[in-house]
Ligand binder design. Structure first.
Ligand SMILES: C[S@@+](CC[C@H](N)C(=O)[O-])C[C@H]1O[C@@H](n2cnc3c(N)ncnc32)[C@H](O)[C@@H]1O
Length: 223
């Protein structure tokens, strides 16, 4: 996100928190969930499957900005030897996620916290995911550094957010979504790639999802 003062950074985070606290109960039934969040979750599952095919070992996943825990529940219900932690700034989202996991009988843990201050030790996870949340972060480079810190050697970062590098994405994210969500920043691919490079990720690559509501998937590895 272009330079923000510390007071506007608090304001940006609080606005996102309020917005998602009030959305927690109906989030899973929303149209955006259908058209954007669920396809993102499917893409995360595909990328995680790819990582698992390469590594074939038990693994731990951290999902930052986990929302109602859709990814965590899918992982916990998968046949993979995986343990999963979801973290979100909005307590209501974590509560909805815990209730969803408990209802399905899945083992997943959820914690309330800010992506900029990840309450996890260095090298605790094999995969860190973050979908449809990154544009709310006022200090995006710092968050990518924090994500890298929590990953083990052989680990992978998978980040999904709005793709705004074509006309459909620009209208969707920079014009419409920004009007609804306020001061958010959907970083272009070149900026996301620079964040990943600066944090020391290797094999950085991307893919695009969806024609309408286009999403940018960025992947980077830890050696
Ligand atoms: C659109 S939802 C995405 C949820 C889920 N990842 C998905 O794709 O369905 C964005 C989530 O990011 C969370 N969020 C926003 N700012 C955050 C921050 N600074 N730290 C952690 N989570 C944050 C919000 O509370 C919200 O649950």
């Amino acid at each position: 996100m272009p330079q923000v003062t510390s007071s506007s950074s608090v304001e940006i985070k609080n606005r996102a928190k309020r917005q998602f606290e009030s959305w927690a109960d109906s989030y899973d039934r929303s149209l955006l969930n259908h058209f954007m969040f669920r396809p993102a979750c499917m893409a995360l599952m595909e990328e995680i499957a790819r990582w698992y095919d390469e590594q074939r070992r038990p693994f731990c996943v951290l999902d930052i900005g986990c929302g109602t825990g859709t990814l965590a529940c899918r992982l916990a219900g998968s046949p993979w030897p995986v343990s999963v932690v979801g973290m979100d700034y909005a307590e209501g989202m974590c509560q909805a996620a815990s209730a969803k996991a408990a209802h399905a009988g899945h083992q997943a843990h959820f914690a309330t916290g800010d992506s900029e201050h990840l309450p996890f030790a260095d090298a605790s996870f094999d995969i860190v995911t973050c979908s449809n949340s990154f544009h709310h972060y006022p200090h995006q480079q710092a968050v990518v550094h924090a994500m890298r810190r929590t990953l083990r050697p052989g680990g992978r970062m998978i980040l999904i957010d709005g793709f705004r590098d074509n006309i459909v994405g620009w209208i969707t994210f920079d014009v419409i979504i920004s009007r609804v969500e306020g001061k958010v920043y959907h970083a272009p691919w070149t900026v996301v790639r620079d964040y990943f490079q600066a944090a020391g990720f290797t094999a950085i690559h991307r893919r695009k999802l969806n024609f309408w509501f286009p999403l940018l998937v960025t992947i980077g590895d830890v050696e």
